[in-house]
Design a protein around this ligand. Structure first.
Ligand SMILES: O=C[C@H](O)[C@H](O)COP(=O)(O)O
Ligand SMILES: C=C(OP(=O)(O)O)C(=O)O
Length: 367
């Protein structure tokens, strides 16, 4: 068949673009190995990471009767304030180390319900310029400094490529409520070197976390990048240190004794270690930081009676209580969260002491 000449034929002769219709730019990132070479891990840092991972594994498996405590800001937006907080937390870690394994929440990646600031790696200048190339070295430098204080770090893994840049500095990882059901994140967890907590879903469903643990404990093969920054197929061995983190859901909190018993029973039925971490924040405190002490008081009371299923707790805590909004890239209050509200330092300190007391009582019960 012959085409008619005219405008239609001209249109057909043009190549039809089907790719990059919504891509505004692609900027190269340095390879993970290049970043690690410019910001290397020394032996002391490696020791802090490795020792804490081993301690957390032992706590989760019930071989160490201490309590894991993951405490720190909802997100890091100011490295100076994070280091100020870290210095205080490091002191508490050393003072309470016979009862608590304290790890700092150093969260750089924020999963948003719709849109919002995505964290220090994505937008380190807090102004929407999204200079990930600046955020990665900032994050790695901060993790090195925190580990150098002898304080191990915990983070949420959100992007599947970024762990290559800093996962060597992380003692405990979380997969968040919005991504626990994602196969990509389960695969990622199967290859991470640290213990990983899977949050229950935002709707409160715990089954997705149990399914995630089963999935992440198995080997997977999936696309990834190498340390040299090349596309590759990663084949993992599976991660045997995954566990549930209860964070409440749309129906309300799930830190109570009945919930914990039900989750432990479901885990046992699925052949999963029943060690549970309770997040005092998020839907367990209806996102009101002032309610975290209520949650911790309840959980600590149960730990005092010897409840060994609760192996860890998480607190959202910063230097200054509450939260603030970013104003034109400016942060009005030093040491206050720009994402979810946090407890202030003095209240956080009091909770750490209470948890240490509860863990000591449980240790005596077990002896
Ligand atoms: O912990 C952080 C937040 O709860 C999470 O990132 C969702 O935040 P958003 O609902 O404000 O987007
Ligand atoms: C986003 C977080 O939690 P969740 O996934 O439970 O909402 C968080 O801990 O920062």
């Amino acid at each position: 068949m012959r085409f008619r000449s005219g405008p239609l034929q001209k249109e057909r002769a043009m190549p039809i673009q089907t790719e990059n219709l919504h891509i505004a730019a692609l900027r190269p990132l340095p390879a993970p190995a290049a970043l690690a070479a410019s910001l290397p891990r020394d032996e002391a840092v490696s020791r802090t990471v490795a020792d804490s991972r081993a301690a957390i594994r032992a706590i989760l498996a019930g071989r160490d009767d201490r309590l894991l405590v993951v405490a720190g800001p909802c997100s890091v937006h100011d490295p100076a304030a994070a280091l100020d907080y870290a210095a205080r937390l490091a002191e508490m870690r050393h003072a309470l180390s016979d009862r608590l394994e304290i790890v700092m929440r150093v969260y750089f990646e924020k999963p948003r319900t719709t849109v919002g600031w995505k964290g220090l790696i994505n937008d380190p200048h807090l102004d929407g310029s999204d200079r990930i190339e600046d955020g990665l070295p900032l994050a790695r430098r901060l993790l090195l400094e925190i580990n150098r204080m002898g304080l191990p770090a915990a983070t949420e893994f959100l992007d599947p490529i970024l762990p290559q840049y800093f996962a060597d500095l992380i003692a405990w990882g979380a997969i968040g409520a919005r991504t626990t059901e994602s196969q990509i994140h389960r695969q990622l967890a199967s290859g991470l070197s640290c213990p990983v907590g899977f949050k229950n879903g935002t709707d409160g469903g715990v089954q997705v976390a149990l399914d995630a643990i089963r999935s992440a404990s198995r080997p997977h093969s999936f696309p990834a990048i190498t340390a040299e920054g090349r596309a590759a197929i990663a084949t993992t061995t599976g991660n045997d240190a995954c566990h549930v983190v209860l964070r409440g859901g749309h129906g309300g909190p799930n830190y109570g004794a009945d919930h914990v018993a039900a989750v432990a029973a479901a885990a046992a039925k699925a052949g999963i270690e029943p060690g549970i971490v309770i997040d005092a924040s998020h839907a367990n405190s209806d996102k009101d930081p002032a309610r975290q002490p209520e949650v911790i008081a309840d959980v600590a009371a149960r730990i005092r009676t010897g409840d060994s299923r609760i192996r860890g707790v998480m607190l959202e805590s910063h230097l200054v209580a509450g939260r603030q909004d970013l104003r034109d890239g400016q942060v009005p209050v030093y040491g206050q969260s720009i994402t979810d509200g946090c407890l202030g330092w003095e209240d956080s300190r009091a909770l750490l002491l209470d948890l240490a007391g509860a863990a000591a009582t449980r240790l005596r019960c077990a002896a």
